[in-house]
Write a protein that binds this ligand. Structure first.
Ligand SMILES: CCCCCCCCCCCCCC(=O)SCCNC(=O)CCNC(=O)[C@H](O)C(C)(C)COP(=O)(O)OP(=O)(O)OC[C@H]1O[C@@H](n2cnc3c(N)ncnc32)[C@H](O)[C@@H]1OP(=O)(O)O
Length: 219
């Protein structure tokens, strides 16, 4: 299957084709085929996360909610699968690639020249005084860097360091854009940088990182 068919319209012909023989001990990740019901579930769970950290229900409602969540756990538990087989994280067309851990951002450019993603930090990501938690920005950048590596055609690598400059407060519920690209490659080392901006183009944070290509069997 052609690369762009696997990853969708955000991908252009210049997207790299990496070699899975050099992915250390990582399982082979392939895009997941899911129906619209999967995106619906992830979206509902994200709203639930927002509500879980922003509501103060009565004890009766908390009891009721706990029972319903426990029922949901019982429903899903029998379908547990090993890493690499779950759709979460493997659906490029969904916000956060369908993973609840990732920021619910949507990739709009994915090629060898770089990756751009757009989205919002939500109530779930609150740090204090209306701003995104400082720890959520490295998550956004680190995941973006993984995609940049992939789009550039580099084998899966581990982040050796990640340096963030927090330039301005990152607001919640505001559309933002993050974009980055490979700066240089030196043997196993890939140097990547990216910038987070608001819609007016104000830089909120910038980040640079070193990713080191894994050796055969390296975890
Ligand atoms: C289906 C669609 C999916 C698409 C998306 C898929 C996304 C998937 C994304 C998955 C993404 C997953 C992402 C994650 O999971 S990132 C998870 C967080 N990162 C880690 O857990 C990494 C832990 N560390 C390690 O494993 C090792 O330290 C690594 C592997 C990084 C290097 O240990 P290794 O023993 O192998 O190599 P080396 O030490 O000989 O170093 C090699 C070279 O690098 C240079 N160096 C090293 N460290 C630093 C440093 N801090 N500053 C400056 N330089 C540094 C070093 O000087 C040397 O340079 P040189 O002397 O050769 O010039």
């Amino acid at each position: 299957m052609r690369f762009e068919e696997r990853y969708g319209e955000a991908v252009t012909d210049s997207a790299g084709k990496d070699d899975y023989e050099h992915h250390g001990g990582f399982p082979r990740y392939t895009p997941a085929e899911v129906g619209p019901e999967y995106g619906r579930l992830v979206d509902a769970l994200r709203t639930l996360q927002d509500l879980a950290v922003s509501t103060a229900p009565t004890p009766e409602v908390i009891e009721d909610a706990a029972e319903r969540v426990e029922a949901l756990i019982d429903l899903l538990k029998p379908f547990a699968v090993p890493e690499g087989e779950q759709p979460a994280g493997r659906v490029l067309s969904l916000p956060g690639r369908g993973s609840l851990l990732m920021l619910p951002w949507t990739v709009e450019k994915f090629d060898a020249e770089g990756v751009r993603s757009r989205g919002m930090f939500r109530r779930y990501h609150l740090g204090g005084n209306g701003a995104a938690h400082g720890g959520t920005l490295p998550l956004l950048f680190d995941d973006l860097f993984g995609m940049i590596q992939h789009a550039y055609g580099r084998p899966i690598s581990r982040t050796a360091y990640l340096h963030i400059n927090y330039r301005k407060i990152t607001p919640l519920d505001t559309e933002l854009v993050v974009e980055g690209s490979v700066d240089k490659v030196e043997g196993r080392k890939t140097f990547i940088s990216a910038v987070l901006k608001d819609r007016e183009g104000t830089v909120l944070a910038d980040c640079e990182a070193l990713m080191v290509q894994l050796l055969k069997g390296q975890p």
